[in-house]
Design a protein around this ligand. Structure first.
Ligand code: FAD
Length: 507
């Protein structure tokens, strides 16, 4: 398939490492979350020599720990941020229509209004009308309980007066991030995961490069411009440039859990917790994604985790709209936590604006953090705009382009697949789905499922190793496929993937 460069993973790493050491880059991007990856992709498409490095796996920070919504953000309207909502809706349409239609799917949302709840129906109705107008979408804004329970069968109906209805979209955040890394790579960027920037080089007061640790040894990277897109680690990287740099952001932890249910849901639920904060119950790959929490976080970003109190809070908050039978602690199949990066400010993180924080260091490094997955493209383009001068770019091309798996028409599969596997591959890999299973023509074992209860198959693990920089079982099970979040990453699945990675390395 055109443009798909398959190579042995170790060889590919060695080549990237060599390129990092030998090239005089125009731009080095630190952090392969969705913001860094998109910045690198746009810069490489503009013809610049670009390097993108991530200390861990691509997307292993916040960009795989979101609520997986591509949305305007109803709560931002409540906070009076009409501009952010309008921009986010515009981006939602751009992502679903052109950039990643295989990964971003429209979904109706129901906001149940219970007697004694925080919102008055008339107030909600005017909010939803404004939200839907900004979204350019038309739904029945208020629906009666009977219609609501057709959309969400287990919806609690005691005290239910009516439900507001609006539309947003859901996605797979880790794959959306990865596709931006692929876009960067295909446009000529040198990209490498497990490549941590440990110090910055300054010449005459300006940053001119970085020391990157790759597989236990150090590589000196030279770059005219450096963008720090290290998410929750943004201040740690700023201090590599200026050890006296203060704090530029605050962090808030958000946890999620996945429980069974959701197969027969035709809408997601937005559950009002107070007059600003909402939580979600989103049908996601047949499960229900519940969350999220929002609490100040001051410890090491790498240590963020879900604890029992988070799980108890998420289940209790979901129980406002769902029956206890769905919400037993024992039902939790998987959980994850991430860190929002928020502008500094007083008061609760719940009320903090989800603004992007840009800062320019004394040596010229641009730091960019915060904002939303939904608006990642805009944030990346704004970052590039801010370093346009030093990069020598006449202008930044802001036109959306389709991500690699959204290019071209999807060819048919050459092999017969189970319908659920076929649909799943089409969703995750778009126009490249057939390429993922190509090698199964010679090795039918690649068609075996990674776990009998899920649609991910062995060919995906092999493809992740040769085409998607996956180096560990966790990379494959958690971020390249959906096995971990379905709660199916048992010892057998881990062992199977480790063997597949080993085989890919040996080729
Ligand atoms: P990250 O994804 O965190 O990437 C930063 C990367 O930098 C990491 O991969 C890290 O390994 C790397 N790094 C750090 N230090 C170094 C170093 N020294 N060298 C090299 N690499 C380094 N947005 C939405 O639009 N919809 C949602 O539903 C939504 N839900 C959310 C729910 C929660 C709980 C949270 C926390 C956020 C949510 N967001 C949502 C926001 C969205 O997830 C983030 O805005 C986005 O993922 C941020 O991406 P990023 O690239 O800035 O950061």
């Amino acid at each position: 398939m055109a443009g798909l460069a398959t190579s042995a993973p170790d060889e590919r790493r060695a080549e990237a490492r060599e390129s990092l050491a030998q090239t005089a880059f125009d731009l080095l991007v630190i952090g392969g979350g969705v913001i860094g990856a998109a910045t690198a992709a746009h810069a490489a498409r503009a013809g610049l020599a670009v390097a993108l490095v991530d200390a861990g796996d691509f997307g292993s920070g916040t960009s795989s720990a979101s609520s997986k919504l591509v949305h305007g953000g109803l709560r931002y309207l409540r906070l009076g941020d009409v501009r952010l909502v309008r921009e986010a809706h515009h981006e939602r349409r751009t992502l679903a229509g052109r950039v990643a239609p295989h990964l971003v799917h429209r979904l109706p949302f129901l906001l149940p209004l219970y007697r004694g709840g925080p919102f008055r129906p008339a107030f909600v109705q005017s909010g939803i009308i404004l939200y839907s107008t900004l979204a350019l979408s038309r739904l029945n804004w208020l629906v009666q309980p009977a219609r609501a329970s057709e959309l969400v069968p287990p919806l609690r109906d005691e005290g239910l007066r009516s439900c507001a209805l609006y539309a947003d979209a859901w996605t797979n955040d880790a794959r959306l991030c990865l596709e931006n890394v692929l876009a960067a790579s295909e446009a000529g960027a040198t990209v490498l995961n497990r490549a941590k920037v440990v110090s910055l080089r300054l010449s005459g007061g300006a940053v001119t490069g970085a020391e990157v640790t790759v597989d236990g040894s150090s590589v000196d990277v030279t770059a005219r411009v450096i963008v720090n897109a290290a998410g929750p680690w943004v201040d740690a990287v700023r201090r590599l440039e200026d050890p006296r740099a203060g704090t530029s952001v605050r962090l808030s932890k958000g946890a999620h859990v996945l429980v069974p249910g959701g197969d027969d849901w035709r809408a997601a639920l937005t559950i009002a917790q107070d007059d600003v904060r909402v939580t979600f119950a989103v049908p996601w790959y047949g499960l229900l994604l519940l969350g999220t929490t929002d609490s100040d976080y001051e410890s090491d970003p790498a240590a963020v985790d879900v604890d029992d109190a988070d799980v108890a809070q998420i289940l209790a908050e979901a129980s406002r709209a769902l029956p206890p039978s769905l919400l037993e602690p024992g039902a939790v199949r998987a959980s994850f936590a991430g860190l929002r990066v928020l502008p500094l400010g007083d008061g609760s993180t719940v009320n903090a604006r989800r603004e992007t924080v840009f800062s320019l260091g004394p040596g010229g490094m641009l730091s960019v953090a915060g904002g939303k997955l939904t608006t990642y493209r805009r944030i990346a383009l704004d970052a590039l705009e801010r370093v346009r001068g030093p990069l020598g770019l006449r202008q930044v091309d802001r036109r959306p382009f389709p991500l690699p798996a959204a290019v071209g028409v999807a060819p048919p599969f050459a092999l017969e697949l189970d319908p659920d596997v076929e649909a799943h591959l089409r969703h995750l890999y778009g126009s490249r789905a057939a390429a993922v299973v190509e090698r199964a023509a010679e090795d039918p074992s690649l068609l075996e499922r990674l776990h009998p209860d899920g649609p991910d198959i062995a060919a995906q693990a092999a493809f992740a190793a040769t085409n998607e920089w996956a180096g560990t079982a966790d990379d494959v099970l958690r971020r390249r496929t959906t096995v971990t979040l379905r709660g199916l990453a048992d010892a057998d699945a881990v062992e199977r993937v480790e063997r597949l990675l080993e085989t890919a390395r040996a080729v």
